[in-house]
Design a protein around this ligand. Sequence first.
Ligand SMILES: C[S@@+](CC[C@H](N)C(=O)[O-])C[C@H]1O[C@@H](n2cnc3c(N)ncnc32)[C@H](O)[C@@H]1O
Length: 230
Amino acid sequence: MKPPSSPSPNQAPAFAAVLDDSHPHPDERRAHWEKVFGEKDEAEVSWFQTRPAMSLDFIRRTGANPSAKIVDVGGGASRLVDELIDAGYADIVVVDIAAAALAKARARLAERTGRVQWVVSDIAQWQPEAAFDVWHDRAVFHFMVQPEDRDAYLTTMRRALKRGGHAIIATFGSNGPERCSGLVVQRYEPETLEAVLGPDFRRIESMHEEHVTPAGKVQAFQFSLFERVQ
Ligand SMILES: C[S@@+](CC[C@H](N)C(=O)[O-])C[C@H]1O[C@@H](n2cnc3c(N)ncnc32)[C@H](O)[C@@H]1O
């Protein structure tokens, strides 16, 4: 874990703005992810973590109490939901484009799913029914490499998050891989992510993490915590 980066003036990131086979049309996203989760076991994917420690640490830093409404966007088969249940959180929503991913998490949790709400939706099109205290995203926003996709994601996030609520967004860092799951990603430093989120969100703190994949490769991530201020 590296220390937080020091804030610097907002600057626009150099975007990866290519549309090719590795960057599917929105209609093809679902098929891509259903195939990935249909073919691979939970622990075979590069983003697998036995315990999402950094995510939990950031959720704790929001000060969210057990009744807080928390959404894990693009949660996939992540074990974050297991940890949140263990920590006593009772109002959890997991959204993912791939039903196969959520099915894995539900099967693992079995009767422990309790009141978890599972939503199959493209985050860019999701219409949340209630306002959340915490929005958590690990390794999803960085797939939004086209401006219209980023805009749609941020529209959903603004709609979903209460004023005063917190967003935790983890992406590949500037030294991270250029692709994930065969798809081109947009890499960020905390400052470039802050610039993309705009003035509605105040960045509180950021950390870098070196994620070690099940195959032993090291991937640079940045995690940033924001407050929705307007
Ligand atoms: C790299 S995985 C990360 C999964 C999980 N957040 C974790 O940390 O283990 C990306 C996840 O985002 C989901 N995803 C990709 N694009 C999405 C979209 N537009 N809307 C909702 N989910 C999406 C995928 O199905 C997959 O579960």
